[in-house]
Design a protein around this ligand. Sequence first.
Ligand code: A2P
Length: 295
Amino acid sequence: LPTHFTLPSGDKIPSVALGVWQAKRNEVGNAVTVALQAGYRHIDGAWIYRNEAEVGKAVQRSGLPREQVWLTSKLWNSFHAPEDVEPALDETLTKLDTEYLDLYLIHWPLARKDGQPYDKELTENSYPTWQKLEEMVAKGKIRNIGVSNFNVRRLENLFTNPLKIRPAVNQVEINYWFPQPDLLKWAKEHDLLLQAYSPLGGTGKVKDTLTVPEIKEIGEELGMTPAQVVTSWHIQRGTNVLPKSVTPSRIIENFQVRALPDELFNKLETAATTHKPYKRFNPSKGWGLDFDIFE
Ligand code: A2P
């Protein structure tokens, strides 16, 4: 399996990242330390996870040169106004104790300051926010830029603008229950890397994933654990995989990926793409939006 994917900038992004969403403070630092020791070189974080300072300390403590660790963060919904982008980025850089990010994403296609109704115009058209991100790349504060939770309609919308830099990635929910084959096909045709969040199914659904008969059988046949079958499958499909764990044995386990023989890969791909898709995570209602953020 490829250890890296190459982005349009030429930068090589490590195939497996440690995801730190829902990794609590006082847990996340140790998880990062264990991951870096196990060979991970990619941490997928965000401003809103509220653990960036602890992630930054653990990366520093590892003693690894900065250029050997890939750091991703994400611009929160309340900072989409162009004048808010750089201060938000600066806060993340300070917390992570670094001069630059390898990748910075628009976290959601939603522009909304705290306590205010959402900004319809800036939500439907992310270009003003995007231009500011392009400027941050020019300034050297970010190496690559992308989006998260964008559907094809929103991506196409963004692409109609005279972009200086095209989005390098789109980070979305992808797992056995919601494998998104159409989005994946579209992304490949547009030289856009998909990053799979909740790759094991997400908290509450992981057990169901790891007991899917096809996944168990493939694991038994290859001497891999079900989690390893799943993380390997993601990479083999051509997506970046971002498993979250704060448990040392699982962090190590999830990183041990290996190519599945074509026949077994196809068996899993067929199983994943022929059941009714089930999307676990949609915050639209919880956020009180009058629209579905994925439509
Ligand atoms: P924990 O962090 O307590 O180890 P996802 O990446 O799909 O969102 O899944 C994250 C959830 O899956 C977390 O609850 C995490 O628990 C759990 N998890 C991560 N890796 C494994 C694994 N190899 N086996 C079982 N559960 C795992």
